[in-house]
Ligand binder design. Structure first.
Ligand SMILES: [Zn+2]
Length: 402
């Protein structure tokens, strides 16, 4: 019997314009009537932040905004945000954005309670101080699930990706407001939606899965499969956009205890070596490794995933059904504005050693170990070669032989 424990600390609020109703939770938490909003320049200049500031001002809450977050947040971002939280003496932190502002704010909310900078706590070198603030996460992309997870990712001065974890890192409140995702460019909607789907699939088939992870992950796959193509056709379909936000959150719940696998191992390496967007990178990595994964003890779970992908035909075995799921995944990716060729990112055969080294880097090994099937160095090398050589239109085969 596989034992497990499970808890989710984050309160979730879902609905149209819920991001304009943050005053209540802040005033329930304390009477300071102050909040620090952490976001990036793009969202601020696109007008995402002012309505939130106005709604809080109407309830007497004063805001300061930190909008310097980079797309791969740095120690500096976290330390500057933490300094603002301390200087303003705010006990509410609101993160608005994709994974980068959310990870910056989650980490800064903890760092602000101590005397050290973010570097001190990276890779669990030292425990974080106790959390003293209310942390509210308002995602503007439906993909990372960072609004419900307790791990964050950021870079040091040498662009090395590091992570932090703390039992109090999970936001206290996640506000899922589909209105905020309407103006996202199609590529980002697609890439972040597939990131959520890959989270879900890797968590339910990973070494740490349990029935709660499987339930949330399978429903996340179902919601992305049904709603991502719909959103591509009907950009302002709020119900479909909302379903993608719910899928992203459910996939976040799945990876919180379930972790990810080799699509994230290879995906992180593609981002390191070629600067690919994270969602696109993991979409490409799974495109090439899905069927190889089927040769594992998790074939029954892959068969359930195929049903979640919308496969309705009858098959004689779980293997055939699972295979139909892999085909369905590839067809979904091919229907989306996600470029599968990495030559456009400047990656050529000469970059193979660099890409492989990134796959084998220490920080990528937990994903490799958690995968349903262990990828030997030769397997990773074959995937890396295949990804670099792949040309849409069929000159190379996407499927790796076992
Ligand atoms: Zn991801």
């Amino acid at each position: 019997m596989n034992e497990f424990q499970y808890f989710l600390k984050t309160r979730v609020q879902y609905g149209e314009n819920k991001s304009l109703e943050l005053a209540g939770p802040i005033q329930e938490f304390s009477g300071k009537n102050k909040a620090v909003i952490i976001t990036d320049h793009a969202l601020e200049s696109l007008g995402f932040i002012q309505p939130i500031i106005d709604s809080l001002a109407a309830s007497g809450i004063e805001c300061k905004v930190y909008s310097e977050v980079k797309s791969n947040p740095t120690f500096q971002n976290i330390d500057e945000a933490a300094a603002l939280i301390r200087e303003f003496d705010s006990d509410a932190v609101i993160a608005v954005g994709g994974g980068s502002p959310l990870d910056t704010a989650k980490t800064a909310a903890l760092v602000a309670g101590g005397d050290h900078g973010a570097e001190h706590y990276a890779l669990m070198a030292n425990p974080f101080p106790p959390k003293k603030v209310l942390m509210i996460a308002v995602p503007t992309t439906a993909g990372t699930g960072a609004e419900v997870t307790s791990t964050t990712v950021y870079s040091d001065a040498h662009h090395r990706k590091l992570w932090a974890w703390d039992q109090n890192m999970q936001p206290d409140l996640a506000v899922l407001d589909p209105v905020l995702t309407i103006n996202l460019p199609d590529f980002l909607t697609a890439a972040t939606g597939i990131d959520a789907l890959v989270h879900a699939l890797e968590a339910i088939t990973g070494q740490s899965s349990n029935p709660i992870i499987e339930a949330s992950g399978l429903h996340a796959i179902r919601l992305v499969s049904e709603n991502l193509p719909l959103v591509m056709r009907e950009k302002e379909n709020l119900d479909a956009r909302g379903n993608l936000l719910i899928a992203s959150m459910l996939a976040g719940i799945a990876i919180e205890y379930g972790g990810t696998g080799i699509a994230h191992n290879i995906g992180h390496a593609l981002s390191t070596a070629g600067g690919l967007h994270h969602g696109r990178a993991v979409a490409i990595a799974l495109y090439h490794s899905y069927e190889w994964n089927l040769d594992s003890s998790q074939i029954a779970v892959f068969a359930k995933a195929a049903r979640a992908f919308g496969v309705t035909d009858s098959y004689d075995s779980d293997r055939e059904l699972a295979h139909a799921g892999a085909v369905r995944y590839r067809k979904l990716i091919e229907s989306l504005p996600i470029d599968l060729e990495v030559t456009a990112d400047g990656l050529t055969a000469e970059d193979l050693p660099h890409l492989l080294a990134a796959c084998l880097a220490e920080e990528n090994q937990p994903m490799r170990r958690n995968n349903c099937r262990y990828a030997a160095d030769e397997d990773l090398e074959r995937f890396a070669k295949q990804i670099i050589a792949f040309q849409q239109g069929g000159k190379t085969q996407p499927l790796s032989p076992a």
